[in-house]
Design a protein. Structure first.
Length: 169
């Protein structure tokens, strides 16, 4: 985090924050079953992050924080995750499905070992919290970077295959 020179180590990154909607309720209903499903979902998510050039910076319970070298990579990964997990969830009854909400932001982060900290991470987490379950929420800067490269990000919300929200600021 702080170099020998006293400077804080920073870098620009596309930050991907994901969390399971209703996780506490799912754990209350069936702790072991939910943890098994989470492990299976995370295996899919981790593989897709790797395929898209992402690096997991931190995990805690049902949440994942990752960084990508580009917003396009992060959003393409987010879309792939949501599509894959939707398929994975189809065999489960509605009340037992694990649906991730994902937020993507392009911003400055503070590096602490392998972890990422700072306002860039906090905003990505806030974006994740306003995403629909099974959806993706992008910051305005992330949207600006991906709007031409990721067709799903440019569709109107009602016609999109995934619930997606673009947030300015």
């Amino acid at each position: 985090m702080v170099r020998a020179s006293g400077r804080v180590e920073r870098r620009l990154a596309a930050i991907f924050a994901a969390d399971v909607a209703g996780y506490a309720r799912l754990i209350n209903q069936d702790e072991v079953g939910t943890l098994r499903k989470l492990a299976a979902h995370r295996q899919i998510m981790d593989g897709l992050m790797n395929e898209h050039g992402g690096r997991i910076a931190n995990t805690a319970g049902d949440s994942v924080l990752a960084e990508f070298p580009s917003a396009v990579d992060a959003v393409q990964c987010a879309v792939a995750v949501q599509v894959s997990l939707k398929t994975e969830n189809e065999s489960l009854e509605e009340g037992r499905r694990l649906r991730f909400r994902i937020g993507v932001r392009v911003g400055d982060v503070v590096v602490s070992g392998s972890d990422l900290l700072g306002d860039g991470v906090n905003v990505a987490a806030r974006l994740q919290s306003i995403a629909e379950p099974g959806g993706i929420s992008l910051s305005g800067a992330a949207y600006d970077q991906v709007r031409k490269a990721c067709p799903l990000a440019t569709r109107s919300f009602k016609s999109s295959a995934l619930p997606m929200r673009i947030t300015r600021g």
